[in-house]
Design a protein around this ligand. Structure first.
Ligand code: AMP
Length: 602
């Protein structure tokens, strides 16, 4: 489906008039529960045009969590469509509007006459809450507008640009994807539902639509880099990362493989409209940098790195990162106490607030900021924000569980519980009803008692490694099964994988799935769509599928006779060539090696 600006505007205006007719005004919250679609874009614009704020109710989340958002937000209306309406747990009394069944032909196509104050809410996005329930963050038009204005000034999107919208709309990154391109006359391409998880389909889409601008959380960028051929992506001009630390190696690989694109690292919490600092990768790169900085504050934002007493830390000394200025959220919806705890009075400017991010950072000498990690039990897992306390709270409410602790190790969540008569399978099933998939621990272990440190506190480091649920081990048989078993062991970091094992039960997740698909292509010369991994169940099942698909056509490997000289690599040829230009110089040789001993003084 393709819409001109005029079409989109008319559709959004009609829906906005309808919403106003239903009593929606500048104080209203309007829920949106749809799959990624044109209808979603129209709905978001219509809600803004009606002067209200939108609240995403993600159809990919379990019903219990949707219910929490629906009840907590106290929304006036819920917009949805055929694809998801059946599965929504709408509370009694909430009017639910099915956009697919709505006839708006009678509504005017003109823009509604609604005054919007900068301090009004534009959106309320729910994020993980440590007390066991997600919390809604209310962001204002002023903060969002400042952020979008900065982005346009900094990255200059033009009419020739195409932006891919692929971030789930329950994350605030999606806010710039939806609104920035259409503020400046660029083209917005909305990815199909599910496509944001599959690098091969993203490559296709980028190529098909000549996408110039795309966002990745670093974990997904890394999955994207498993694609052997990115030449189709040479229309990309801006690759924008945020959401978790960007590893230096990944930065380097991206710059090398997408040489026409500029890579940016943005940082910010949901509590301050989208992002608050920015860094352009590869610019003035000092050879001593081992991490990618999060850069400097964006326009009209201030960053402070403070100690416990709110004193500024000197350059180079870690402290908590505080955010001040135009980007701050109003606060947590309906939670004044929590808001007061996290948005504190600024010691630097009377009457202003600072947001305590819980992030550890330090200033570098060149005025950029370096991100060092978290100060609490909030984590990022594949770019997704998780309060471990929220999972622990859900576990504690489960039958038989007395106490619970959740840790993240090797990119996986591990849950430990204490109690009586606990069935881990049943517990896992009940977690799935309450938490999004990415928050359900890959492993659950029942412990008689939790390890304590000398001062009687929980000793997280001493928690045992999980036992793998390899039920009814059957040894792999065929060549393909044996190879698969080896690849699963490597990718999942487990010691033994049998024919009946399930990739996801052993702790696999979609990004590890991407890695596996990549390794299968290398080892077995067969290209699998990622979805097959989800559908095939056991290792034996996957082996059957692999058996049935033809091998990729690849140049055969040649066996090299060790008695012969090996052909030069490209790098060797290039060095040889350079050496011909200055035969007397040793610059292109390795004339010797030095073996340094002792302690390295960096
Ligand atoms: P969210 O509210 O989902 O945007 O998560 C915000 C948190 O993600 C921040 O407080 C950081 O811990 C982390 N984060 C976001 N962007 C970055 C980045 N560029 N580098 C490191 N951590 C980041």
């Amino acid at each position: 489906e393709r819409l001109s600006y005029a079409d989109l505007d008319a559709r959004a205006n009609r829906l906005a008039h309808y919403l106003i007719g239903q009593g929606v005004d500048r104080n209203s919250l309007v829920g949106v529960a749809t799959e990624r679609s044109v209808a979603l874009v129209v709905a978001l614009y219509a809600i803004q045009k009606a002067g209200a704020a939108y609240v995403p109710v993600d159809p990919d989340h379990p019903r219990a969590r949707q219910q929490q958002v629906l009840t907590d937000a106290g929304m006036d209306l819920l917009l949805t469509h055929d694809a998801v309406i059946e599965s929504l747990p709408a509370p009694a009394g909430l009017s639910v509007i099915n956009l697919d069944q709505l006839d708006l032909a009678d509504q005017p196509a003109s823009i509604p006459d609604v005054g919007i104050h900068p301090e009004q809410r534009a959106y309320v996005i729910y994020t993980s809450g440590s007390t066991g329930k997600p919390k809604g963050v209310a962001n204002t038009h002023a903060a969002l507008f400042n952020r979008l204005k900065w982005m346009q000034a900094a990255y200059e999107l033009g009419e020739d640009d195409t932006v891919l919208q692929k971030t789930p709309y329950s994350f605030d990154v999606s806010v710039w994807e939806f609104f920035w391109p259409l503020m400046v006359g660029a083209r917005l391409v909305v990815a199909q539902p599910g496509d944001h998880r599959d690098p091969a389909r993203l490559v296709d889409q980028i190529q098909r639509e000549s996408v110039t601008t795309v966002h990745f959380v670093p974990s997904m960028l890394s999955a994207f880099m498993t694609q052997d051929d990115l030449t189709g992506c040479d229309t990309l001009r801006r690759v924008i990362c945020s959401g978790e630390a960007l590893p230096k190696d990944l930065q380097d690989e991206t710059l090398r493989r997408l040489p026409r694109a500029t890579l940016y690292n943005l940082y910010g919490p949901t509590e301050a409209a989208i992002d608050v600092t920015h860094w352009t990768c590869g610019q003035d790169d000092r050879s001593t940098r081992t991490t990618v900085p999060i850069g400097r504050p964006i326009a009209n934002l201030q960053i402070h790195v403070l100690d416990d007493r709110l004193n500024p830390q000197p350059v180079g000394v870690p402290g908590e990162l505080y955010i001040g200025g135009a980007g701050l959220a109003q606060g947590y919806h309906g939670q004044p106490d929590l808001t007061a705890e996290r948005f504190v009075p600024s010691p630097f400017a009377n009457g202003e607030r600072l947001y305590r991010s819980g992030d550890l950072a330090r200033w570098c000498r060149d005025g950029t900021l370096e991100y060092l990690g978290r100060l609490d039990h909030q984590i990022k897992l594949r770019g997704l924000r998780i309060e471990l306390g929220e999972i622990e709270a859900v576990l504690r409410e489960s039958a038989g569980v007395m106490d619970a602790v959740v840790i993240a190790r090797n990119d996986q969540l591990i849950g430990y519980v204490q109690g009586t008569g606990i069935e881990t399978d049943a517990l896992k099933a009940s977690l799935k009803n309450h938490l999004p998939d990415y928050m359900v621990p890959a492993h659950l272990m029942v412990l008689e008692r939790f390890p304590l440190s000398a001062n009687g506190k929980l000793n997280r480091k001493a928690l045992p490694a999980p036992e793998m649920d390899t039920v009814g081990y059957e040894a792999p048989q065929t060549d393909i099964e044996q190879t698969l078993s080896r690849l699963w062991q490597e990718v999942l970091g487990v010691e033994r994988v049998g024919r009946q094992d399930n990739f996801f039960a052993l702790g696999g997740h979609s990004l590890l799935g991407v890695t596996l698909v990549h390794r299968i292509r290398k080892a077995l010369h067969r290209t699998l769509p990622l979805s097959v991994l989800f559908e095939s169940g056991s290792l034996a099942g996957l082996a059957d599928v692999l058996q049935s698909i033809p091998a990729d056509e690849a140049p055969p490997l040649r066996v090299h006779d060790r008695g012969q000289l090996a052909p030069q690599s490209f790098a060797q040829q290039r060095l040889w060539f350079l050496a011909q230009l200055e035969p007397e110089s040793s610059a292109y040789h390795l004339p010797g090696g030095l073996d340094l001993q002792g302690r390295l003084n960096e």
